[in-house]
Design a binder for this molecule. Sequence first.
Ligand SMILES: [Zn+2]
Length: 427
Amino acid sequence: MNSSISGANSGTTQTLMGGGGTEAARRGGVSAAAFIGAAEAPLGTITGFPAAFELSSLTGSQITPEESARIARAERFELQAVARSILPGHRIRGCLLYRQHGAATVQVRRSRASGLAYYAGLQTCGRGAICPLCGAKIAEHNRGEIQTALDVWRGRAGVPALITFTLPHYRSQRLVHNVKALLSAYSDLTRNRPYRRLCEVAGLQHYIRSIEVTWGRRNGFHPHLHVLGFFGSGFGAVGLPERLPLLWLAELYRQGVEIANPDDVLERGIRFQLGFSAGAEYLSKVSRAWGLAEEVAKANRKKARGDHFSPMQLLAHVRDATLPEAADVYREYAEASHGLHFLQWSRGMRAALGLTEEKSDEEIAAGVDQHDVVLASLTPEEWRAVRAGGWQARVRLVELADFDEDAAIAYVAHLVEHFRQVSDVVR
Ligand SMILES: [Zn+2]
C-alpha cells in the first residue's frame, strides 16, 4: 500500500542555534520540498508570490501590504460563504451575518492595528478551524501572542525549536481516526520516560502544540503536530533530535499504527529545526491556514497545485470547481475537527512568560478593541439590506469604509433603497 508521511523531512535537520542557518536548512533541506507540497511551503514561496506578482504586473506597481490585506479580507468573506453553503446547519451559518442578541446596531469600525474596517455587533461562530473569518482573527491573535512569547524567550537568551510529528497516512483513512491516533501517540510519548529524560537534558521548559491538517489526492488527510519547544540557553543539542525519530517509531508501533515502511517514519516522521528562524516558521504556519494578509490567497484561483491543500485552499477549490472531491473533503474535515484544541500552551507557560490569561476562540472571535473608531452604526433595517446583498455587499461596505465613511454610508442608503424596491416587487 502506498503511504506517505509528507510534511516532515529527515529526522535530524538542524539550523544553527539561534542563528537561522541557511535558507535550505530553514526549509528543511532540498529533499523536503518534494514532501512539503504547496500547502506546506514556507510563507510566500508558492502561495504568496504568484498572485502578488500578477496583480503588481497588472497595476504596474508593487502591491502594498495594506492592499494585500484587503484582498485577503475579501476572499475570506467569499470563502466563508462557500463554507456556509456546504455546511448547512453548522454554527458558521450566522457568523458575521446576524446581529448579536441584544445589539441595537451593527457597527463598522476601523482597526487601529490593521487600519482596515470591520464589523462589530454581529454573531461570530468562533470555529477557528472551519470559518475563514473567525479563523483569520484567531490566527492573528495567536500569532501576536506567540511572537511575544518568542521575544520574551530571546530576551532570556533561550532558544526555540520547532518539532513536527507526522504519521503514515493512507487515502482510505478517515480523518477522525487519523487525528486521534496522532494525538494519542504524541500524548503517550510525552509521558514516556526516555522522552522526558531527553527533553530534560536538552533543557525543554515550555512548549506550544498546534495541529495542522492538509489533504492530498494521493494519500488523503495528513494531520500533523507542530510543537514549538522553548529550551533554556544551554540547549543540549546532542540527544533529542537524534533519538526522537526512533522513540516516535516505537510509539507508533505501540499505538498499533499501520506502518508500511519504518525507514520512512525514521526519515520523515520527525522534523527538528532549532533557532529563531524555526520560531518564525512556526508563526507563518499559524498564519497560513487562513491566509492572513501577506498570503494573498488569490493564488488559490489557479488550478490545484501540488498535492497538499489547506482547508482554505479546499474552499477555494469548491468555489472554482477545480477539485471535485473538495466539498466532501471539507465536510469531513469540519466534522473531524469538532472539539479539537488546535493550539495548546504547556501548563504554566503563559504565566512564566508574562502573558495574560488565555482566551477561548469564541472570545477572540467576538472581541472588539474598544479604542477602534466607529465609522458607522447601522440600524437593523440597514443591516438587513446589507445582508441581502450577499458577501459581496458586506465586502464592498468595509472596502468603502476603509477609504471614506461617507461613501460607505451612501452605499448603505443605496442598498436600503434597492432592498425596499425588491421587497415591494415581491409583495
Ligand atoms: Zn466564524
